[in-house]
Design a protein around this ligand. Structure first.
Ligand SMILES: CC(C)(COP(=O)(O)OP(=O)(O)OC[C@H]1O[C@@H](n2cnc3c(N)ncnc32)[C@H](O)[C@@H]1OP(=O)(O)O)[C@@H](O)C(=O)NCCC(=O)NCCS
Length: 444
């Protein structure tokens, strides 16, 4: 028998999941994602399930470009013809027979993708969703040419992407489907790396996200700046080829600043795409343009997020309570770090007479503590206070005394802080004063 208490955890999970997903649903509408789908996923029969998630994204108003791989399908076509193509430093030499295998394999994959997206996804939550798929000659190729004496024949590189053509189709609501085949201005056909086609396309159309659904088994859940991801790539020689082929272009796209975020998701994970996109911590690898989400001055729209961050700490007696009205009046003093629309850290600066500035309301969301956000807020506050002429920073704290001591603050007394502020303190709280010299005082 199901009792109310049995059903509560499920409904609580549902409600909290839905609340967590809601800001993303709102934020992603009208955005453009380029999604790479590995040949392995298609070969192992995973596309029909992924197609449902793709249809769901499309129905949420997200513009989508799909780029498919095809390595195992090409290998199978080569084997069927009993032909071996040579690989030099991981790069395939595409001779005439290999090229016809590439064309054959890509043709079959395209038919499979188009037909799956055309059947209205019966027996699925997206039943009846009409999806228009468009492909075309959007990728201009150039020959890779002769490298260290080796002629790579029909192996090519991306020369240009027809960004305007792709955007026009996206605006009509179509999903654009691309493969690794490109054509040169002289009419020749080239075989390129599909992961590169995805990255070049994302950069050319200014996509909001570049997503690789590929083989990243064993890498776990990680978040990197592009610099950290680059170090990781260079220090891990045992990474799978699929992972290296996706990490390289993902890092490059973020390094060039043309794509804000790149994601790598393991292709074996059912629902991985949705979990990565609609949960705060994701299930794969996220590469950011910057090391940190940046500290920025708070705006009135942040007040809801600030209250969510501060109120639990107020209830625990760690921070002083602030009402919505008080925050509205004081918002110019606050700075925040925002992550995917959520305020994860905040602090406030109040300049006083005598070159003293108070730093108050320093808080980091419990899910994001011990990741350096507190240090980042402090560093920002010190720089900001110095720029505005402060020579000393002080805080009043009840619970974080050691945190401040370890960061160069020293214990003071209530008589060290400006009188105007002293008069407003509540002695019952028993707050301790900590001070930090920001600049050497000028000698008289
Ligand atoms: C204090 C606070 C802002 C630190 O934020 P954070 O992002 O976790 O800090 P960082 O990642 O930069 O530093 C983490 C280190 O500080 C330590 N630390 C965290 N809170 C601490 C505290 N109250 N006292 C002493 N050390 C503390 C952690 O153990 C960690 O050290 P470790 O890596 O050696 O284990 C955060 O814990 C917080 O929001 N606390 C509640 C609000 C508060 O007390 N604010 C200060 C009063 S204004």
């Amino acid at each position: 028998m199901t009792t109310m208490s049995d059903s509560r955890p499920t409904s609580d999970r549902f409600v909290s999941w839905f609340r967590e997903a809601a800001p993303y649903i709102h934020a992603f509408r009208g955005r453009t994602f380029v999604i790479y789908v590995s040949g392995e996923l298609i070969m192992e029969g995973g596309f029909p399930l992924l197609a449902q998630d793709i249809a769901l994204l499309r129905s949420l108003g997200i513009h989508l470009v799909l780029v498919h791989g095809g390595r195992p399908q090409i290998d199978a076509a080569l084997e069927a013809r009993n032909h071996q193509s040579l690989l030099v430093e991981g790069e395939r030499i595409t001779d005439d027979t290999t090229l016809s295998c590439v064309i054959e394999a890509n043709g079959k994959i395209r038919v499979e993708i188009e037909s799956t997206l055309s059947i209205g996804l019966p027996n699925s939550p997206m039943s009846g969703a009409a999806i228009r798929v468009a492909s075309g000659n959007f990728v201009t190729a150039r020959p890779l040419g002769v490298l260290r004496g080796v002629d790579f024949l029909h192996t090519g590189r991306v020369r240009k992407i027809d960004a305007a053509g792709i955007r026009t189709l996206l605006e009509t609501g179509s999903i654009v489907l691309l493969s690794a085949i490109g054509y040169s201005l002289t009419g020749e056909t080239f075989n390129m790396k599909s992961q590169d086609v995805a990255a070049e396309t994302a950069q050319a159309i200014g996509a909001d996200k570049l997503i690789y659904i590929t083989d990243i088994a064993g890498l776990g859940v990680r978040q990197f700046s592009w610099q950290e991801a680059n170090r990781f790539l260079n220090e891990q020689p045992e990474l799978s080829q699929g992972c290296k082929d996706a990490l390289g272009p993902a890092i490059e796209s973020c390094r060039r600043g043309r794509v804000r975020r790149a994601h790598l998701i393991d292709y074996r994970l059912d629902g991985g795409l949705l979990q990565e996109l609609f949960s705060r911590d994701g299930v794969g690898i996220l590469i950011n343009q910057d090391t940190y989400e940046d500290v920025r001055p708070a705006r009135l729209e942040d007040i809801g997020g600030l209250l969510e961050l501060i109120q639990p700490l107020e209830t625990q007696g760690v921070l002083l309570g602030r009402s919505r009205e008080a925050l509205e009046l004081d918002i110019q003093h606050y700075s925040v770090i925002e992550r995917d629309g959520m305020v994860v850290a905040c602090s406030a600066l109040y300049p006083h007479e005598g070159h003293m500035t108070e730093m108050g309301c320093l808080a980091v969301h419990p899910d994001y503590q011990k990741r350096g956000y507190g240090d980042r807020m402090l560093q920002y506050s010190e720089e900001h206070a110095k720029k505005r002429g402060a020579k000393q920073l002080y805080v009043l704290t009840t619970q974080a005394t050691h945190w401040f001591l370890e960061r160069g603050f020293s214990l003071g007394t209530i008589s060290d802080i400006p009188e105007t502020r002293r008069l407003k303190t509540n002695p019952d709280r028993g707050s301790k004063v900590f001070l930090k010299i920001l600049a050497v005082e000028e000698e008289n």
